[in-house]
Ligand binder design. Structure first.
Ligand code: NAD
Length: 465
């Protein structure tokens, strides 16, 4: 394991600073300290844990400008999007703090009529213990807080491994939580690249909560199997959107879907990655879509006018180039972009491909960048066959004037989230959950709180008189 981690600025490709990385021994020490500290944290009154999280929420708002600047600097996320991420994390926190009391309270089981229980029965909830939170760089505040906020509220200790591409943000999150009253041993950042994550998974853990790629998710699942511990995986996607011919405003739909595909430079787990358009509105949709994409302002992510900044990870440029070349080799039409920009930093020109097919990597593999394929379809049956032709199952969207039609199509797509006339949307009230190669388990919603608790069943029988 390397002893330092160099943090780069994707907008310039220049190093920003180096950060000490954790050695194997340091990871083990943090795990040991977390195990020692967790029982006291769990015994801390819930109101006190809620107060600490409220204080963290307050600091996020108070320091939003500087936190967003750090996020922009190390990931290239445009500053307006970075600011939105930092500030709207509050709504997730509010959901968790509002509901944690009820979700973690002891509960009576449902009475199974007609027989009343012969003795007293009760369910109580204990924290899991020490959990690993291995996180991604694309939305470090969102995907991190989906895990560490409910985990801490329910009395767990968290070993938090930020992505090596969002390390400064991860260290800031730790600092703010410690300033808010969460003990250092109860929320410990583990700094480093994949090897630090692997070292973390070798520690005795009561839960592994992972956000990242399918390939790494498989390794996390294997590590969880070795320890027989709880595992939850939020992985990638190849999310489809289908535009029916009955949409009332094709241009407005095209603009919304373009935003769903290109927001955060397409580096969202639930970005629209494949578009199918009914042939009757195909030409109108394509014209409006291209006009929208050509209107996106690219450039310096620190400039509030910028919508498309650089790609966060340099190796992704080669993957984007591969997918575009592969599509063209198979006969796709390139309407714009398709190449790395010749300038400092890791910029890829926004790219729209048509005449695409499922023989092409761009319609099968997660793209995770500003590249989209648009395919013309004859009817709902063809659209559905294409939408379901994937190993992923994160989200799916249908745009239609007819709710019944949309729901009928979406019900047949095996995805954790279904969108009618919207896309690329997350709400803390609803579970965030992937199916098949998109993951295991749920964050957010009441399920995303309960997942950090383990139930105990009580059978209580007073002695016979
Ligand atoms: P990644 O798999 O490369 O890395 C994720 C984390 O795993 C990082 O912290 C990394 O250091 C760590 N890691 C790498 N190798 C490891 C190992 N052997 N053992 C333990 N940890 C290891 O993914 P990424 O590039 O950071 O994130 C992008 C991916 O995440 C995309 O596929 C995206 O779709 C997905 N994602 C999913 C969601 C969701 O909610 N479903 C949200 C955000 C991102």
């Amino acid at each position: 394991m390397s002893e330092v981690l160099t943090v780069y600025n994707p907008a310039t490709a220049a190093p920003i600073q180096t950060v000490p990385a954790d050695t194997l021994a340091e990871v083990a020490q943090k795990a040991e300290a977390a195990a020692k500290a967790q029982p006291e944290w769990a015994a801390t009154p819930l109101e006190q844990r809620i107060a600490a999280v409220h204080s963290f929420r307050h600091l996020l708002q108070e320091e939003a400008a500087s936190l967003a600047a750090i996020l922009t600097q190390e990931t290239g996320k445009p500053i307006t999007q970075a600011t939105a991420e930092v500030t709207t994390t509050a709504s997730r926190i509010d959901f968790f703090t509002r509901h944690v009391v009820a979700v973690s309270a002891p509960a009576a089981p449902p009475i199974s009529a007609p027989e009343p229980p012969a003795l007293e029965e009760l369910i109580t909830y204990d924290p899991l213990g020490v959990v690993a939170n291995i996180s991604a760089w694309n939305y470090p505040y969102f995907v991190g807080s989906n895990v560490f906020v409910p985990a801490l509220l329910t009395g767990n200790a968290v070993l938090y491994k930020p992505s090596e591409f969002a390390t400064l943000t991860g260290l800031k999150i730790a600092e703010l939580l410690h300033r808010s009253g969460v003990p250092e041993a109860v929320f410990a950042p583990v700094i480093g690249a994949g090897a630090a994550g692997a070292a973390l998974l070798d520690q005795p853990l009561d839960g592994m909560f992972f956000t990242g790629s399918y390939a790494t998710g498989l390794k996390v699942a294997a590590a969880a199997a070795r320890q027989l511990t709880k595992v939850q995986l939020e992985l990638g996607g190849k999310d489809p959107a289908y535009i029916c011919e009955d949409v009332p405003d094709v241009a407005a739909v095209a603009a919304a879907v373009a935003d769903g595909a290109f927001y955060n430079n397409g580096q969202s787990c639930c970005a629209v990655e494949r578009i199918y358009v009914h042939e009757r509105v195909y030409e109108a949709f394509l014209a409006a879509f291209l006009a929208t994409v050509q209107g996106f302002v690219g450039g310096d992510p620190a400039d509030p006018a910028t919508y498309l900044g650089p790609i966060s990870r340099q190796p992704q440029l080669a993957e984007l180039t591969r997918q575009v070349k592969d599509a063209i080799a198979y006969g796709a039409t390139l309407h714009c972009g398709g190449h790395v920009l010749e300038q400092a930093g890791w910029y890829f020109a926004p790219t729209v491909l048509t005449e695409v097919t499922h023989d092409m990597a761009v319609m099968r593999d997660e793209t995770f960048g500003p590249v989209i394929g648009i395919q013309r379809v004859a009817d709902d049956a063809e659209a559905l066959a294409l939408m379901t032709d994937t190993e992923y199952g994160l989200t799916a969207a249908v745009y239609s004037g007819d709710r019944t039609r949309a729901i009928q199509i979406l019900s047949q797509v095996n995805s954790g989230t279904a969108y009618w006339n919207c896309c690329d949307r997350v709400n803390p009230r609803l579970p965030w959950t992937g199916r098949r190669h998109s993951g295991l388990g749920s964050t957010l919603s009441l399920e995303g709180i309960r997942t950090f608790l383990k139930p105990r069943a009580w059978h209580l029988k007073p002695p016979a008189a």
